[in-house]
Design a protein around this ligand. Structure first.
Ligand SMILES: NC(=O)CC[C@H](N)C(=O)O
Length: 279
């Protein structure tokens, strides 16, 4: 293995999860750097120098114009000294690199048109993430992973728990055709699930009313991934609301509970992929 996985965590006005997201990257073995989007636009930092690009959660630009919309437009229309920022992102994807968008980051990717993306066409919005059916939600959710999906970040995971904290997480594809293609092409990666880890439309297991209980999707390469729940917020087993029960169950069985939270697996998968394919 030559060198270390380099991960860029974008921040900007109103983003609030960049430190946790960088920490998750670090736990998974990446070298993470938090960078303000304006430093990328000014050419002080080049996305090209990194392998993994993180769009973290938050309330960018106060959620004005709809969550993520202003930040998305900034990425779409900003010019760096070496050309439009979006061209650098397109090159990043073409070079086989990885992008993850979490919560506000997912909203940004959707509103930029990076997700959903078909036929490697990353322009034009084909879905939205709209107001939750029942207002802002701050809770843990169970997620069923679509093991048929090519998503690199969810490899080897069949179910996972994570918290959500958002008011605009209702994923709505722009048409039935978009929804059908998401399923047919293995783009649906995560669905909100009930206690048997079956996908559900029932509140609060499905916290926002997302169509087909969709909580996360990827593109056709499996290297661009976005999700509403926060994997970075499950970095240690004690984050889990059932932690004491899990600890008792484990001690009854005489097994040691592993310390690391399941959310870190998402970045471990990314790091493993980059080490195998890009270093
Ligand atoms: N935690 C977040 O990233 C929140 C996203 C967005 N501000 C919303 O409320 O929907």
């Amino acid at each position: 293995m030559a060198g270390k996985v380099k991960s860029l965590v974008l921040t900007g006005y109103g983003i609030n999860s960049e430190v946790e997201t960088a920490y998750a990257n670090t736990l998974a073995g990446a070298d993470a750097k938090i960078v303000h989007i304006n430093d990328v636009i000014d050419g002080l930092v080049k996305v090209d120098d990194y392998h993994l690009l993180n769009f973290p959660g938050g309330f960018s630009y106060g959620d004005d114009l709809g969550s993520g919309k202003a930040f998305a437009n900034k990425v779409l229309y900003a010019k760096t000294p070496t050309g439009p920022m979006i061209d650098h992102i397109q090159k990043f994807i073409d070079d086989g690199k990885l992008i993850i968008g979490i919560c506000n980051g997912f909203q940004i990717l959707v509103k930029m048109g990076l997700l959903p993306a078909f036929d490697k066409n990353y322009t034009g919005q084909t879905a939205t993430v709209f107001y939750n059916d029942k207002g802002f939600r701050d809770q843990w959710v169970r997620l069923k992973v679509n093991t048929e999906s090519q998503c690199v970040f969810t490899r080897g995971i069949s179910r996972i728990d994570m918290p959500v904290r958002h008011g605009e997480g209702k994923f709505i594809p722009g048409s039935q055709e978009v929804l059908a293609r998401l399923w047919k092409n293995g783009h649906v990666a995560l669905q909100y699930a009930d206690s048997a880890y079956q996908p559900t439309q029932q509140f609060p297991d499905n916290p926002n009313g997302s169509v087909d209980a969709i909580a996360g999707i990827c593109d056709e390469t499996g290297r661009v991934f976005g999700l509403m729940p926060h994997p970075e917020a499950f970095n240690h087993i004690t984050n889990h609301p059932q932690y004491t029960r899990l600890r008792e169950q484990a001690s009854r069985k005489g097994i040691a509970l592993k310390e690391e939270g399941d959310g870190i697996k998402v970045w471990r998968n990314a790091v493993e992929y980059i080490e195998a394919n890009l270093l």
